[in-house]
Design a protein around this ligand. Structure first.
Ligand code: PNS
Length: 166
């Protein structure tokens, strides 16, 4: 990997859609690195509610006040993206012990593929420890109140997408 004094990290995910849990990790992660890229996986095979462009647009809108945060897309192997773009670290969030096994496997596999790229796991704050994009979507679909769980812009986008703006 090309040596650089700039510490760059990527926070990768599907973000379908961005939640307050994600946003909290983006804010905290951005304080640890010179640049934090939010890497949106562009996987046409995955059945997502929001299109790739919508997911990117939502994150851009919700992070526009964070100077060192950049929204990027990637496809294929994350480890390859990191090596190609001189990324030093992968940031992931741990909500509960149930996340651990999957995250542990990914961290080891990514180290195998890109030994110079460290995985940094941040625990979510307690109030967001149970949120996931899929749970938020399901509760919203059945008219549950998710206003404390997602940024206002995401709520508006969900209303437009799921309930036709109502
Ligand atoms: O939000 P998610 O779905 O938990 O994010 C998972 C993601 C996108 C980080 C992971 O699936 C990924 O990195 N995919 C890219 C392909 C890849 O590198 N796979 C091997 C991972 S060890």
């Amino acid at each position: 990997m090309e040596k650089s004094s700039l510490k760059k990290a990527i926070y990768p995910g599907s973000f379908d859609p961005l939640t307050n849990g994600h946003l909290d990790l983006i804010i905290r992660g951005s304080k640890l690195f010179d640049e934090l890229q939010v890497g949106v996986l562009n996987n046409p095979n995955k059945n997502s509610l929001f299109t790739f462009d919508e997911r990117v647009n939502i994150i851009k809108e919700c992070t526009k006040n964070l100077d060192n945060v950049k929204v990027v897309s990637f496809d294929g192997l994350l480890a390859k993206y990191c090596e190609k773009n001189n990324i030093n670290a992968i940031v992931r969030g741990l909500r509960a012990t149930s996340d651990f096994e999957y995250e542990f496997q990914m961290a080891h596999m990514n180290r195998e593929l890109a030994p110079d790229v460290e995985t940094v796991m941040l625990t979510t704050i307690t109030e967001y420890s149970y949120i996931s994009s899929s749970l938020v979507k399901e509760v919203f679909k059945f008219n549950g109140d998710i206003s404390k769980l997602v940024p206002d812009f995401v709520l508006e986008e969900l209303m437009r997408k799921v309930h036709g703006g109502k």
